[in-house]
Design a protein around this ligand. Structure first.
Ligand code: NAD
Length: 304
């Protein structure tokens, strides 16, 4: 085991920290010396209701263990006031773990615009508002660690979760660009796709599986990505039950018609080649992506 990673002097905001994963993140950071803003609206799993009890309970647990924490009961849609709580109580913000989340599952055919909009507002707009309010403070300080929480449902899709998949994939895109924009200011931004037993997952998982998937098995990765020694940025990880793995894009060598006239039947003819992952590449940036698309374009179009 390496030396214990500490967060003394760091201020962390963990959204949705009254239950499940956020609670585990907050307890771990609090136990390792961070001053923690425990944000939680205290609503139900579908976004209804409001209570201070969940956040208060986690603040009490952190304090009972000798840590430093304060509660905030605002919705992440009101991100500015969550960041203000960090500034008022602890004088800054170094770490943001965007974790708050709800579900409004329904097949696409039955999905209402309200179900779509609420999921967007809590997951995407909420992460935007909290991160956007913290961003200038991180830039001024030249330091920041941000973690987004996506889901396998966003990465791979899942029946009944078009709204949630849209939101969770949106967070990956947000993190990818924030990692680029934050690079020069020592702001590192990564995304985790957790699997853990919680109010959210107990609706879709059997009890014995939930037992093996403790939120405490996800918190160490979120905490490591939030540590000053971690230079990782713009990356995506799957984590749960002790399993940790990194994901990346893979692209086939493909086929380039390079300006020759072509129609749908030519695409059909090259279909196997277009989908052949032998000798695949792993583009890491928009520049690497463009290089393949533009090959041959630099020379006179059609000659390439
Ligand atoms: P959870 O329901 O136990 O905890 C989520 C917390 O977020 C709750 O305490 C809730 O009150 C809070 N919250 C909801 N809306 C909020 C808002 N508008 N403002 C502030 N707080 C709000 O669920 P969890 O499983 O711990 O989920 C945490 C995150 O992980 C979510 O973003 C979820 O989508 C994601 N996730 C979880 C799993 C899993 O297996 N548990 C899998 C993939 C992704």
């Amino acid at each position: 085991m390496g030396d214990e990673l500490r967060y003394d002097g760091r201020v962390a905001i963990v959204t949705g920290a009254g239950n499940g994963l956020g609670r585990a993140h907050a307890l771990l950071l609090g136990a390792r010396g961070a001053s923690v803003v425990v944000n939680d609206l205290g609503g139900d799993v579908h976004g209804g209701g409001k209570s201070s009890a969940a956040a208060d309970q986690v603040v009490a647990e952190i304090k009972a263990a000798g840590g430093n924490a304060v509660a905030n009961y605002d919705s992440v849609e009101d991100g500015g006031s969550i960041v203000q709580t960090a500034l008022d109580h602890f004088g800054g913000v170094d770490i943001v773990i965007n974790n708050a989340g709800i579900l409004r599952d329904s097949s696409f055919a039955k999905m209402s615009a309200d179900d779509w909009d609420l999921i967007y507002r809590v997951h995407v707009l909420g992460a935007f508002r909290v991160t956007h309010a913290a961003w200038p403070h991180m830039r001024n300080k030249g330091y920041g660690r941000i973690v987004m929480t996506t889901s396998a449902a966003g990465i791979y899709g899942n029946f009944g979760q078009t709204n949630y998949s849209m939101a969770k994939m949106g967070l990956i895109g947000m993190a990818n660009t924030l990692a680029i924009e934050g690079a020069s200011k020592n702001i590192r931004v990564n995304t985790i796709a957790p699997l853990a037993g919680s109010r959210i997952s107990e609706t879709v998982m059997p009890p014995q599986m939930l037992e093996a998937l403790k939120p405490e098995y996800v918190a160490p990765l979120a905490a490591y990505l939030s540590h000053e020694s971690c230079e990782e940025s713009g990356s995506l990880f799957e984590v749960g039950a002790g399993f940790h793995a990194k994901l990346r894009w893979e692209r086939t060598v493909g086929h380039h018609f390079q300006g020759k006239s072509f129609g749908p039947e030519d695409v059909a003819e090259k279909w196997a080649e277009i989908g052949d992952f032998n000798d695949a590449t792993y583009p890491k940036s928009i520049g690497e992506s463009l290089m393949s698309i533009l090959q041959g374009v630099a020379s006179p179009f059609g000659q390439g």
